[in-house]
Design a protein around this ligand. Structure first.
Ligand SMILES: [Zn+2]
Length: 259
């Protein structure tokens, strides 16, 4: 690893140690390190297969039963994505974030990923802005259930708590971010004085607003990304490397300092 990365790892570890409330904002780059294809970028699914249908959620609301029937019967538009999601396992970056939580230096993960890999890695304090592909959610009261534990005896399924219509937890195009998740992100960002930006270019709102808010409140930003992003100009420490390489080194350094 080049010398400037080694220096950045020292800087990142020191900054994290010296902060009161560290939050990680995680994006598709971390999942990509586990082999999950991304949507954006030159190799992205949208680039290769065309833009998504932005009226997804409208269609769901117009006829939820039909949407469920199609979901159950029809093959995915992106079979390679489904295959990758079904076989993906957490990478060293996921485990490093779990280790940081165990060390008491990372308070929360706000993730834009839906793949459940943070949970599999063992992280506990997680907010999923775009939902979780292994869960279902009531569109009225935001109750959530593991998909394989929910009785599918009618289409569309209804919420046992409030009678609302149940859909996959993954947020669709045109669907608002679930209120409880958004509120949690706002609360976490309000407390945060150091945000780790892991594999995200944060160009999509609401995630895009969180780092800028931390910065405006006098906090610090640490970018962990092999590529430059629109946020790079605002960050205090740049780790220009994949999370799976850089974050375990940061954890090592944090542990070394506290030993
Ligand atoms: Zn409900």
């Amino acid at each position: 690893m080049p010398a400037d990365i080694a220096q950045a790892i020292d800087d990142a570890a020191r900054t994290i140690r010296g902060s009161h409330y560290v939050v990680a904002l995680v994006g598709a780059g971390l999942s990509a390190e586990s082999g999950i294809p991304t949507f954006r970028g030159p190799e992205g699914l949208w680039t290769k297969h065309g833009e998504p249908d932005l009226r997804d959620y409208d269609r769901f609301q117009e006829d939820p039963a039909k949407w469920w029937e199609m979901r159950i019967s029809r093959a995915s538009q992106f079979p390679e994505l489904v295959e990758a999601l079904n076989t993906a396992i957490p990478n060293e970056g996921h485990f490093a974030l779990k280790d940081m939580e165990d060390e008491g230096v990372l308070r929360h993960i706000i993730t834009q990923n839906i793949d459940n890999l943070h949970q599999i890695a063992g992280s506990r304090a997680i907010t999923e802005i775009h939902g979780n592909r292994t869960k279902l959610r009531c569109i009225e009261c935001s109750s959530r259930w593991p998909m394989d534990e929910f009785p599918m005896d009618e289409l569309p399924p209804h919420c046992p708590e409030c009678g609302g219509i149940v859909k996959g937890d993954t947020v669709m195009f045109g669907e608002p971010i679930p209120r409880d998740a958004l509120n949690e992100c706002i609360e976490q960002t309000r407390q945060c004085d150091c945000m780790l930006l892991v594999g995200t270019s944060a160009v999509v709102y609401p995630a895009a607003g969180f780092p800028m808010e931390v910065k405006q409140m006098g906090g610090t930003l640490i970018e962990v990304n092999p590529n430059e992003t629109p946020l790079t100009q605002y960050v205090d420490v740049v780790l220009r490397a994949p999370a799976g390489e850089a974050l375990p080194r940061v954890v090592e350094r944090i542990r070394g300092d506290s030993a």
